[in-house]
Design a protein around this ligand. Structure first.
Ligand code: CTP
Length: 442
């Protein structure tokens, strides 16, 4: 299992490696100890691909990471310092590298954000969620001095071998209940199980009401990561089932569960997030995930859950509306077979609702949604509003006619612009007499 620090450098994402090497070079000049810590060390030892790289600097004063980052950053890079957390990010050409000053932390009260102060590498590793995340690999000479190739203050290496997720101490979930959500996404992603003693620690935190002390924003942020991890192969249905069976969902909001009918759509949503069936740059995995998960939850409970998770504004409205939207669009697709009808049903949906709908649909509706997104969505009608004004249409009739013409166009019922304009004239003639009888009536 033991692999060398040189090998971990080789395993870094190619775009991050030059930045890491600059930081190591600068650390050597200053005689500073730099380590790669957490997820990347765990993934390296598991022979999984490395994603985000977190580096840790042993402090010589509070500003160790910021000073090192500023000195190491290439001239065209941006250095963003978060003083409160002692962290700093180097950004260059869409690549980011996070550096932190080693910290020790305490909790003012359970569930609160930790209060941090400068500390040693050991302090920093011991404050982490799971033993397998509390590993470090030394990168600079000062870090390597007298240290093993992998630093493991807990039982991380043994737990990696055994496939076990284990918290450091029995009050870990009391201190930070969001760790339950982290376990729910990490355990299935890695194929690990929660250690029995950690399960007992979780039950104790639930029994003691620790989850009530945590802000909705923090739970929402972890749920967002849970849905985003579908891109790494996590099935959101498995993670939510884990939380439901462990009574964590009910602790977030009484009565909250995972409806059985949401499981297959959530699994499909996960696969669609991992391998998008069409281009959708504006997609938000959390919003789409909440839509699918909460569609068949009773509306009052859905509203309470959204409030508890601090989901507000347009995002909350989108989730609340989705059940009705989904049923209307799926019924519409079943009743109408043309490509124009499909466009009229799918066009008004948000990017999130469209993917959530795709995940909730049967295979034939899924094929139609996919074909629409790939082929029909971007089709431009060869007539515009001013063409319709020129043939006499006015006001809201213009928009309505454009929508109708688009249906004919996508159904291939008209061949060119001239036929569309002729049709517009016909539509105008059909709507115009409808107004006359009303006038006569007066
Ligand atoms: N961490 C923690 N408790 C939290 C959040 C994070 O102990 N509530 C620790 C974890 O040990 C993690 C490290 O901080 O390894 C970095 O956190 P983060 O960047 O959020 O890691 P993720 O990207 O969530 O982890 P992964 O790569 O495992 O998905």
């Amino acid at each position: 299992m033991k692999r060398t620090p040189v090998a971990i450098l080789d395993a870094l994402p190619a775009e991050t490696r030059p930045l890491v090497e600059r930081v190591i070079g600068e650390a050597e000049r200053r005689g500073l100890a730099v380590y790669v810590v957490g997820g990347p060390v765990r993934d390296f030892l598991l022979r999984r691909p490395l994603r985000d790289v977190d580096l840790l600097v042993e402090p010589r004063g509070e500003e160790a990471a910021a000073e090192l980052a500023r000195a190491a950053a290439p001239p065209d890079a941006k250095v963003v310092v978060h003083e409160r957390f002692g962290t700093v990010r180097i950004e260059q050409d869409g690549t980011a590298l996070d550096l932190a000053t080693a910290r020790a932390e305490g909790y003012a009260r359970p569930g609160a954000l930790p209060q941090v102060r400068a500390g040693t590498l050991d302090d920093d590793l011991r404050r982490r969620d799971f033993t397998v995340n509390a590993l470090a690999a030394p990168l600079s000479a000062a870090a390597l001095r007298g240290r093993p190739a992998v630093i493991d203050p807990g039982t991380g290496l043994a737990d990696l071998e055994a496939g076990v997720l284990r918290v450091f101490h029995p009050r870990s979930f009391h201190d930070d209940p969001t760790r339950a959500l982290r376990a729910a996404r990490l355990a299935p992603r890695l194929g690990f199980r929660l250690a029995r003693s950690s399960g007992t620690a979780l039950h104790a935190a639930l029994r003691d009401g620790a989850f009530g002390a945590v802000s909705g924003e923090r739970f929402r942020a972890e749920l967002a990561k849970l849905f985003a991890d579908a891109r790494l192969g996590l099935d959101p249905a498995v993670a939510l089932r884990w939380l439901a069976d462990g009574h964590v969902l009910g602790a977030l909001e009484p009565g909250l569960a995972l409806p059985a009918e949401a499981r297959a759509p959530l699994r499909r949503l996960g696969r669609a997030l991992a391998e998008p069936p069409w281009e959708e740059p504006a997609l938000r995995p959390l919003a789409a995930g909440l839509m699918v998960w909460l569609a068949d939850v009773e509306p009052a409970l859905r509203r309470r859950a959204l409030r508890r998770l601090a989901v507000q504004g347009a995002a909350a409205t989108g989730v609340e509306r989705f059940q009705v939207e989904r049923d209307q669009v799926l019924d519409g697709l079943a009743a109408q077979h043309g490509r124009g009808a499909c466009d009229a049903l799918l066009g008004p949906l948000s990017a999130d609702a469209r993917l959530a709908l795709f995940a909730s649909a049967d295979p034939s509706a899924r094929r139609r949604v996919q074909r629409w997104a790939r082929e029909d969505r971007a089709v431009a009608l060869p007539v515009a509003g001013e063409d319709l004004l020129a043939v006499g249409l006015r006001g809201p009739a213009v928009g309505a006619a454009l929508a109708q013409l688009r249906v004919f166009w996508l159904d291939r019922a008209v061949r060119d612009r001239d036929e569309l304009l002729a049709l517009a004239v016909e539509l105008h003639a059909r709507t115009a007499p409808a107004r006359r009888p009303r006038r006569r009536h007066r």
